[in-house]
Ligand binder design. Structure first.
Ligand SMILES: NC(=O)c1ccc[n+]([C@@H]2O[C@H](COP(=O)([O-])OP(=O)(O)OC[C@H]3O[C@@H](n4cnc5c(N)ncnc54)[C@H](O)[C@@H]3O)[C@@H](O)[C@H]2O)c1
Length: 381
């Protein structure tokens, strides 16, 4: 058997995504035959006690408390960025300039202008890079892409997506700081647009192609919140809700909605695609199923099929248990880690690269621009 090459990884940020990525690096080599063996070299977090505890829990060799030190280390090959959005650009650019591969959480940056130099930096350095738009690697979502690419749906007419949550409805919830940086525009860049719609947009661009024009509305329902870092009541700069219409280059019409004010919904990411021959529907709360309607079925049995995406010939599933047994959210990150390590072996890029993620960033910018102007906006790049 060929010797596996080590890939020494340094992860920045030990929160939610720090955990999903650490789990991914640990699990990927157990289930996939990879040319590289991920080595958890160091976790980086600003609180030393927390960093040490995280390193022990997840089996990191060590820790750092300053990401600059991590980036300078000669024994690190890849930097994985799991920090809030305001630090992605600085860390990614420094990492690329130090010759490290860069894996970055989404959205790539707070704005399109901030994201562009990140793309330039990784391309100039010629380092492998990817952005963790993990929903592409839900087997049912990957299957959707395969069905559309194979022409099973025919010409696409409609693409509809929602991402609904309800956790910021209380006006007493503060903004800023640990756990609540998503409400602070300086840290997040935007509200539901960059946080949630960015996922819907990435999936849509991947499956249905480029978006040319958008028309959006946003709302901030709670206009002022106490800021955890200053202790003062400050204006809220993020969008609490956003809805937009769009036109895809392939002629189809898009309808997207996201909010953190949909009481009863926790992370309801859904999409539906209607084509000339068939339609598909997917729902994150039931992520291993794909709903499929094909007009070509015999009329007496024609109807929506609920496909349990667990068979070995369906995307990624041959690496897991046996047909009929499903997998979950954390596996999407394991799949992306496995794809990244596999592609390193063959020298191929891992989608979405920074360059590809710039496209979803451009759509987010156009959406926010349209909400401000009140009119249709073209998507730049
Ligand atoms: N792909 C997905 O589905 C998904 C899901 C959640 C979050 N995200 C993205 O992941 C990123 C992190 O989100 P999260 O939910 O893990 O946030 P989090 O608040 O749970 O964790 C962020 C961590 O970064 C640390 N941190 C902040 N600044 C730092 C610095 N300068 N140096 C070192 N550590 C620092 C914080 O202490 C915290 O531990 C965001 O960009 C977010 O948009 C993606």
């Amino acid at each position: 058997m060929a010797q596996k090459k080590p890939l020494n990884i340094g992860v920045v940020g030990y929160g939610f995504m720090g955990r999903t990525h650490s789990n991914a690096y640990r699990q990927a080599p157990q289930f996939f035959d990879l040319p590289y063996r991920p080595v958890l070299k160091a976790i980086c977090g600003r609180n030393e006690e927390n960093a040490r505890r995280f390193a022990d829990t997840w089996g990191y060799e060590g820790y750092e408390t300053d990401w600059r030190k991590l980036v300078e280390r000669k024994d690190i090959d890849a930097i994985d960025i799991c920090t809030p959005n305001d630090s992605h650009a600085e860390i990614a650019i420094a990492a690329a300039q130090a010759g490290k591969m860069v894996l970055c959480e989404k959205p790539l940056a707070r704005t399109l202008d901030e994201a562009r130099p990140m793309v330039e930096a990784v391309e100039k350095a010629g380092v492998a890079n990817t952005v963790w738009y993990n929903y592409r690697r839900v087997p049912a979502v990957t299957l959707t892409k395969q069905l559309v690419d194979a022409g099973k749906l025919g010409k696409i007419f409609h693409y509809r997506a929602n991402f609904l949550q309800d956790w910021t409805i209380s006006a007493d919830l503060p903004q800023g700081g640990a756990g609540l940086w998503r409400l602070d525009v300086a840290a997040a860049g935007s509200g539901v647009t960059g946080d949630l719609l960015a996922h819907c947009i990435d999936t849509a661009l991947w499956i249905n192609g480029p978006i040319e024009r958008v028309c959006a509305m946003t709302e901030t329902f709670v206009k002022q919140r106490k800021h955890n870092l200053t202790g003062k009541v400050e204006p809220v700069g993020i969008d609490d809700a956003c809805a937009f219409l769009c036109r895809f280059r392939n002629g189809s019409l898009g309808l997207f909605e996201s909010t953190r004010y949909a009481r009863g919904h926790k992370a309801l990411y859904t999409f539906e695609i209607n084509g000339e021959k068939a339609s598909v529907k997917w729902d994150l709360h039931d992520l291993h199923r794909l709903q499929y309607f094909h007009h070509g079925d015999e009329s007496v049995v024609r109807g929506w099929r609920s496909i349990h995406v667990t068979d070995a010939d369906q995307p990624y599933m041959k690496h897991w248990w046996v047909p009929g047994l499903q997998i979950g959210y954390e596996h999407t990150f394991i799949h992306q880690a496995a794809d990244f390590l596999t592609n390193l072996g063959s020298g191929e890029p891992t989608s979405p690269t920074f360059r590809e993620a710039l496209e979803s960033q451009a759509v987010c910018d156009a959406v926010l621009g349209s909400a401000r102007s009140g009119g249709w906006e073209s998507v730049g790049s």
